[in-house]
Design a protein around this ligand. Structure first.
Ligand SMILES: [Zn+2]
Ligand SMILES: [Zn+2]
Length: 614
């Protein structure tokens, strides 16, 4: 008889032991009895006959996880503080097949013609195991990806192509199908079960050799993986917000190392971390560069210069785009005159206004102070906190510009993929004149005819309680401005009280990265430090507070980590649970991981390398 330690899939339960009359391989997926039900589990190892009574494994499936999948899942569970059962369940297992693989069809792929600068970048990427492809929006990164994927096909290897949002997949699918036909499949979490099964069959038979999609596409069972592309690598949607709280970009890099696959990260506005850590391959500006004219205005409403510009563009039968930041849960005090947000003196992040408590609070270190009335940088008074939302902006524009058709583009109105497609369709066909929305606008959709972009509320982003506030604001400006002026000249109106900051970098994002890295190093933030956030949520407020304090006490024993702050979370209550948090920092990741692995994780949630602080 053989005895096996197994872990239940999609579960955080500890390992269990069962017996079976035949030898089983590590990674095999089996069915085991548990109380009155039968559960799926993965075989971890064979063990000695235990002292206690064990039950028999009910059945063994033809599915299994490879050693590499098991190793990567182990890393994810340790680094991102989830159970192995949860992290291995991210992966789709391989299937043992008896039928021989389809012999590879010698299909001729007609490749896109690369410009000399694309060709140069392509050659450089071929020589590197992992690299960051840095090129402005519209510089033709996609043709390079296509060439790399075609090269993999030629070598009998497979590819994974990641995009930050499901909503981007239809546009990309069209482009990829032109070159790869049935060899490419789109994968994301919203696919039906049947569709997923048919893709998996395609992968098994060898017909599907390129899988493109949102972050879950990273975990499909492709044999002989040669390439992983992470497009728009700076995008925060690569970070999972539920357990396992992994970052798909970072897992992609690890996976590439383990499997010997090339990893290409790409962006027009790369993350500080990637620029700092990886070799950079620059894609020079496209040779036909559309001209953009920037105008900077102050204020925080849809003011007359904005309305005028929208009116004239509408009358000229041209299309416009207007960006407003999502209104978060907090208000920040900001200066209308110079655009500066009132910052925490210790953390360099915006102090949030707690009107009920009549004070300002830093959500990193919990420093509080009285509500301020005067701007500390220019002396202007009073400071403001109210901001306009999308609905209000549409109302103002609708009544000022008669006849203009506005397409609302935010999470309130674009709730399904179908609605997204319809909204983009109406705009593309010219049925609507103005695309007005939030962060969603910056996500890589192509709008070919926009000749006017208005970017409002950048100061709000600049003042967020987030150490990456400047990066987020600058990246947004570049991403949104990059959506216009593709075909013809375009105007870009930027509303900020801090025009000098943005003007400095308009022609050179790399210069911004260099300055920002210097700031991050000085202020001890990633990539020069490691951050972790502990979240505590409990129905009983005093219990939540007690768990927080107990955890802090335990962590204080570790001298090489810093407790930046602890207390009530910025969003104090979600789903009837009171939320507390602890923010931790250390010079490198190892001491922080060590300290966190020593605390009891059952009542807390650990977010390693957090990108979200509410
Ligand atoms: Zn000011
Ligand atoms: Zn602070």
């Amino acid at each position: 008889m053989h005895y096996y330690e197994v872990l239940l899939l999609r579960s955080s339960a500890p390992s269990l032991t069962y017996y079976f009359n035949q030898p089983l391989i590590k990674g095999s997926i089996v069915s085991v009895p548990l109380k009155t039900t039968v559960k799926e589990a993965v075989v971890i190892r064979e063990v000695e006959k235990p002292e206690f009574e064990t039950a028999e494994i009910v059945s063994v499936s033809d599915k299994y996880y490879t050693d590499e999948q098991m190793e990567i899942a182990k890393f994810i569970s340790e680094y991102y503080f989830s159970s192995f059962g949860e992290s291995i369940s991210l992966f789709i297992p391989f299937v043992r097949i008896s039928s021989p693989k389809m012999t590879e069809k010698e299909s001729e792929v007609s490749l896109p013609t690369l410009t000399p600068s694309q060709q140069k970048a392509y050659i450089q990427l071929l020589k590197k195991d992992k690299a960051l492809l840095f090129g402005v929006t519209g510089s033709g990164k996609t043709e390079i990806f296509i060439s790399l994927m075609a090269k993999m096909l030629e070598e009998g290897k497979t590819s994974i192509f990641l995009m930050p949002e499901i909503s981007l997949t239809p546009q990309m699918e069209k482009r990829l199908k032109v070159y790869f036909g049935e060899s490419v499949a789109m994968w994301h979490s919203k696919l039906t079960k049947r569709k997923k099964e048919s893709i998996l069959e395609g992968i098994q038979s060898g017909e599907v050799r390129i899988v493109a999609g949102a972050r879950s596409a990273l975990f499909v069972p492709l044999e002989n993986l040669g390439l992983i592309v992470v497009d728009e690598e700076h995008d925060d949607s690569y970070k999972a917000m539920t357990r396992p709280r992994y970052h798909a970009r970072d897992v992609a890099v690890l996976m590439g190392q383990k499997l010997g696959a090339k990893v290409v990260l790409a962006s027009a506005t790369p993350s500080m971390t990637s620029y700092y850590k990886y070799d950079v391959v620059k894609l020079e500006k496209p040779y036909v560069e559309a001209k953009k004219k920037y105008t900077f205005i102050t204020g925080d409403t849809v003011s007359s210069p904005i309305l005028n510009a929208l009116y004239h563009n509408y009358k000229a039968k041209e299309q416009s785009l207007l960006f407003l930041p999502t209104r978060g849960n907090f208000k920040y005090l900001y200066c209308e005159s110079c655009g500066k947000t009132h910052l925490c003196p210790y953390c360099s992040v915006g102090m949030a206004l707690h009107r009920n408590h009549r004070h300002l609070k830093c959500h990193y270190c919990n420093f509080t102070e009285a509500i301020q009335d005067t701007c500390s940088s220019c002396g202007h008074t009073p400071l403001k906190s109210e901001r306009m939302g999308t609905a209000e902006a549409i109302e103002v524009i609708g009544s000022a510009v008669e006849g203009i058709q506005v397409e609302q583009f935010d999470k309130d109105s674009i709730t399904t993929a179908k609605k997204l497609k319809e909204a983009l369709g109406r705009f593309e066909s010219g049925e609507s004149d103005l695309l007005l929305g939030t962060q969603m606008l910056s996500k890589g959709h192509d709008y070919s005819n926009i000749t006017l972009s208005v970017i409002m509320g950048l100061d709000y982003i600049l003042g967020l309680a987030d150490y990456r506030a400047r990066e987020r604001a600058m990246s947004l400006l570049f991403q949104i401005a990059g959506r216009s002026g593709r075909a013809k000249e375009a105007d870009v109106i930027v509303q900020t009280g801090d025009a000098a900051f943005f003007k400095n970098y308009l022609s050179d994002y790399e210069l911004f990265i260099k300055d920002e890295l210097a700031f991050l190093e000085m202020a001890h933030y990633p990539p020069f430090a490691s951050l972790a956030r502990i979240l505590i949520a409990h129905k009983d407020e005093s219990k939540a507070g007690k768990i927080t304090l107990d955890t802090v006490t335990k962590l204080k024993a570790f001298e090489d980590i810093e407790i930046v702050g602890h207390g009530k979370a910025p969003v104090e209550r979600i789903a009837n649970k009171f939320r507390f948090n602890i923010l931790l920092r250390s010079k490198s990741r190892v001491p922080l991981l060590k300290a966190l692995h020593s605390v009891d994780c059952r009542e807390i949630e650990i977010d390693f390398d957090p990108v979200e602080f509410s």
